[in-house]
Design a protein around this ligand. Structure first.
Ligand SMILES: Nc1ncnc2c1ncn2[C@@H]1O[C@H](COP(=O)(O)OP(=O)(O)OP(=O)(O)O)[C@@H](O)[C@H]1O
Ligand code: SF4
Ligand SMILES: [Mg+2]
Length: 363
């Protein structure tokens, strides 16, 4: 696929968990696209649905949601699934909508078909190091897993060579000696390097990295950012970088999607989003990160006032009416409380979900 072609297209994607309180609307009518060679950042406060979106893109969400309903043995959860097929799409648990990847509709595929794609064409570096690596297998063995699963004719000797090559590329210290050890002997930063190597080894088109730096201290975060920058510059791969930290996204993303209460509120060029955000939530987010304030000042902007967004994110089982951000928004007017704003393309490839788009200017 030539650079600039659409690699991933997401259309009206919904992913709802069943829960005893009602449906958790974790991904709510999300549409976006990632092009070949692009690095996209997904930004939003904790609990807004970023990891759930990653699971839905990988075709893993439905399994988690159904397993949960089955395992809980809670009649309310099971009822939500049973009633689901007849209910309108906005009231159904599980995944609705479309994910198209390299022309293939992933949301229509069976789990067997998806296994062929996961780890080979799209790979996920999951959030949280603790559960990502199996404590009982050596890191060499785990790094080789994607080739072992997807390449029938892979020879043991070639697999070892490739494992050492990729562990070397992510600069894992003494990889040639330590690849036989289990994950317990590796620090958090080293485990993250192993996960990055594992995500790349089968030559995917898209790597989804879910909060790759958040469990790490500042020095190690910096080192992992350098590895991710090397991946961006040297590998022919598109990336979806998920973080609640705008500073992390600002360093690596070409385009940014800002998520709130399961919905994308603004999506556009990184430069535009950081320097001239259009949505009040994006404005609020950008004003709460010192790294973004510094970046704006360096680019010639005036010294911004640092402040957080008032109030708390909503309960996704009981969303506010109209625009879900309205109870926290300084620009809220009557219509915001009753009507959900549409997700509009206000300029080419710039989408905003706000009734007052164009009227509000960043302070
Ligand atoms: N298995 C689950 N069952 C029910 N609700 C869930 C489940 N997993 C997540 N949620 C809820 O779905 C919402 C979105 O969660 P998600 O993990 O996708 O958010 P996130 O943006 O990735 O947050 P963070 O930045 O903390 O990682 C939250 O309200 C969360 O409590
Ligand atoms: S629609 Fe209204 S409440 Fe929502 S972000 Fe825009 S101005 Fe604020
Ligand atoms: Mg998450």
């Amino acid at each position: 696929m030539p650079k600039g072609d659409k690699l991933l297209i997401v259309e009206n994607l919904r992913a709802y968990y069943p829960s005893s309180k009602g449906l958790v609307r974790a991904v709510d009518d999300v549409s976006l696209e990632i092009r070949e060679g692009e690095s996209m950042g997904l930004l939003g406060e904790s609990g807004c649905g970023k990891s759930s979106l990653a699971l839905a893109l990988m075709g893993l969400f439905e399994r988690v949601a159904r397993f949960q309903a089955g395992a809980s043995n809670d009649p309310t959860l099971l009822k939500q699934f049973k009633a689901g097929d007849k209910a309108p799409v906005e009231d159904r648990p599980g995944v609705q909508g479309k994910v198209i990847f390299r022309g293939k509709v992933l949301t229509s595929m069976t789990q067997e078909e998806l296994v062929e794609i996961r780890g080979k064409e799209i790979s996920l570096i999951p959030q949280g190091l603790t559960h990502a690596l199996n404590p009982q297998h050596s890191i060499g063995h785990q790094t080789a897993e994607p080739i072992d699963i997807h390449e029938d004719d892979a020879r043991l000797i070639d697999m070892k060579r490739r494992v050492l090559e990729y562990l070397g590329l992510v600069r894992l210290a003494d990889a040639g000696i330590r690849y036989v050890l289990d994950p317990g002997s590796f620090s958090g930063g080293e485990s993250q390097r192993v996960l990055i190597a594992m995500s790349l080894i089968a030559g995917p088109y898209l790597v989804i990295a879910d909060e790759p730096t958040s469990a790490l201290d500042v020095t190690i975060q910096r080192q992992i950012m350098e590895v991710l920058r090397m991946v961006k510059e040297e590998f022919d791969v598109s990336t979806l970088l998920i973080s609640h930290d705008a500073g992390v996204i600002a360093e690596l993303a070409d385009r940014v999607a800002v998520m709130y209460a399961g919905k994308i509120q603004e999506y556009g060029e990184a430069v535009q989003m950081f320097h001239h955000p259009s949505h009040p939530y994006t404005m609020g987010l950008m004003a709460s990160f010192p790294t973004i304030a510094m970046m704006r000042m360096k680019a010639g902007g005036k010294r911004p006032r640092l402040r957080g967004i008032r109030g708390d994110p909503p309960d996704l089982t009981d969303l506010p009416s109209g625009c879900a951000f309205h109870p926290r928004c300084d620009y809220c007017i009557d219509i915001c409380k009753t009507e959900t704003p549409e997700y509009r393309e206000v300029e080419p490839r710039h989408f905003v979900r706000c009734h007052r788009w164009g009227e509000i200017k960043q302070e």
